[in-house]
Design a protein. Structure first.
Ligand code: ZN
Length: 141
C-alpha cells in the first residue's frame, strides 16, 4: 500500500471567483489547505486558520496569491468604513484591507505572517501576483 503523501502546504488567496487556486497551482483534492478572503489578506482570522493548519494538521509551507485586477484596489478602507457607517449606523471594528500595489501588499502580508507568534513555520513563505491576462503567477521576492 502506498503511503499517503503528507499534507504540507497552506494557501491564502483572494476570493475572486475568476481563478481557481487548485488549477493555478496544479493541486489535487487533499493537496493543500486553501484559505480565501477578500484580497487574500493576512487578517486575524486568516492567521487563526493557518495556526490550526500548522499546529494541528502539520503544514509547513505557505503560499500567498494576490492578483493584478483585484477589486480591493478600487476603493479605500476609509471610504468603505464611511459607506458602512452611513448605511448601517455602525463603523466596522476591522479594516477592509484594501491596497493599491499588489506586489507591495504581498510583501506586507509575508512580513505579517513572519511577525505572528502563533506560526512556527514561516521560513518557507512564497508570495505570488497573478496576471489574469497571461495566466502567469509572478513570484514576489
Ligand atoms: Zn482579488
Amino acid at each position: 500500500m502506498l503511503a499517503k503523501p503528507r499534507l504540507k502546504l497552506a494557501v491564502l488567496a483572494c476570493m475572486d471567483a475568476r481563478f481557481s487556486v487548485h488549477r493555478l497551482l496544479g493541486l489535487g483534492e487533499g493537496d493543500a489547505h486553501v484559505i480565501r478572503n477578500a484580497g487574500g489578506a493576512v487578517t486575524d482570522d486568516a492567521i487563526r486558520s493557518l495556526t490550526v493548519s500548522q499546529h494541528l494538521l502539520g503544514t509547513r509551507e505557505i503560499v500567498l496569491i494576490h492578483h493584478r485586477d483585484c477589486g480591493m484596489r478600487t476603493f479605500t478602507d476609509t471610504e468603505f468604513a464611511r459607506r458602512l457607517e452611513s448605511s448601517t449606523g455602525m463603523r466596522p471594528g476591522w479594516a477592509a484591507e484594501t491596497f493599491t500595489d499588489p506586489v507591495q501588499d504581498v510583501r506586507q502580508c509575508i512580513a505579517r505572517l513572519r511577525a505572528s507568534p502563533f506560526l512556527p513555520h514561516t521560513d518557507v513563505v512564497r508570495g505570488y501576483v497573478l496576471d489574469e491576462r497571461t495566466g502567469v503567477l509572478d513570484e514576489v521576492s
